[in-house]
Write a protein that binds this ligand. Structure first.
Ligand code: FMN
Length: 325
């Protein structure tokens, strides 16, 4: 079985079937560009509130912006109302997104209280109406991201994948963990296989992928592609690493020195994109993923998170890099 292959999602052709997961606070434009350079076949943006877009929230509007260097890109929207979901899907299309994804898997309480995210898994009629509203509103492919289950009692992945297909979705991503598990625990590959067996649209499996072996498990279960979340934070070249590992080549991005160089590049891109204060702030949030595995990593992380300017960070990093030579 070929593990890595081009993937067609509706009208969009992906060069490979490795997808960057949407992650709020992480998968912004600078990070998405880096992951495409790192071999991803598709990158997904952080979820954007359809409600906030409807009321003209400037921050949400900016989250839809697409850099010409970041295609193919999927914009993810969340909400609970057909009208605003249709509008948000159209906004994403007008902003240049290649696809639009509906979030029906987020377990965050604030989102669920507003009737969005994983609570939609309990109300298939409403989820179907939201999907159909989005599909009707745009020409680009609409996809669904949901989970295999809400709890450990009942698997819903196959039903929801079928619902997505019936409502016109071009693909479905299934996070192979129950909503009660949030983001921890082993992915349930059998539940993915069950869902893959009932639909013709591509099923993209997600959850706990950090190497080629897991990718193989998901593809053997019938998934057309895989989506990688935290495995890409701190290593946006994980996609190419997996491709290389599967073809017997040595991975290019392993090692703390290389990782630190890539992190510094991302911090520089963040500062260029957001300005110094916000760019440095955002960069700090993922420091734990990047700064590890070399002597005095925790001291360096401690110093780094107290720095406010790019030039101070560049000086700190270049000192550390010199020692790693
Ligand atoms: C910090 C963080 C933010 C996330 N934000 C989103 C989001 O905006 N939309 C979404 O569908 N999933 C979101 N997720 C879930 C991921 O897309 C993915 O399903 C999850 O991390 C499991 O994949 P992994 O084990 O490869 O990390 C988020 C996860 C994390 C860790």
């Amino acid at each position: 079985m070929t593990v890595i292959h081009p993937l067609q999602i509706g009208s969009v052709s992906l060069r490979n079937n490795l997808v960057l997961a949407p992650m709020a606070g992480i998968t912004d434009s600078p990070f998405r560009v880096l992951c495409l350079k790192g071999g991803a076949g598709l990158v997904c943006a952080e979820m954007v509130s359809a409600h906030a877009l409807h009321y003209g929230n400037a921050k949400s509007g900016r989250m839809l912006q697409v850099n010409p260097k970041e295609h193919p890109v999927s914009m993810q929207i969340f909400g609970s109302d057909e009208q605003t979901i249709a509008e948000a899907a159209k906004n994403a299309e007008d902003a240049g997104a290649d696809m639009v994804d509906l979030n029906a898997g987020c377990p965050v309480k604030k989102i669920n209280k507003a009737g969005a995210g994983c609570v939609l898994m309990k109300d298939e009629a409403k989820l179907g109406r939201l999907l159909e509203a989005a599909v009707k509103a745009v020409k680009i492919p609409v996809t669904l991201k949901t989970r295999i289950a809400l709890n450990h009692k009942e698997f819903l992945g196959a039903r929801l994948a079928k619902l997505a297909e019936n409502c016109g979705a071009a693909a479905v991503t299934l996070h192979a963990r129950a909503a009660v598990d949030i983001h921890s625990g082993e992915p349930n590959v059998d539940a993915l296989a069950q869902a893959c067996s009932v639909v013709k649209i591509p099923v993209i499996g997600n959850g706990g992928i950090s190497d080629a072996a897991r990718v193989k498990d998901f593809i053997n279960a019938g998934c057309a592609g895989v989506m990688i979340g935290r495995g890409a934070v701190g290593n946006p070249f994980i996609f190419q690493d997996i491709i290389d590992e599967l073809s017997g080549k040595p991975a290019i991005s392993k090692g703390p020195k290389k990782r630190l160089e890539i992190y510094l590049k991302l911090i520089e891109e963040n500062v260029a994109y957001y300005g110094e204060r916000i760019g440095v702030n955002r960069s700090r949030k993922t420091a734990g993923y990047w700064i590890n595995g070399f002597p005095n990593a925790s001291d360096m992380r401690g110093t780094f998170v107290r720095l406010d300017t790019l030039s101070e960070i560049q000086a700190l990093f270049s000192g550390v890099l010199n020692k790693l030579m």
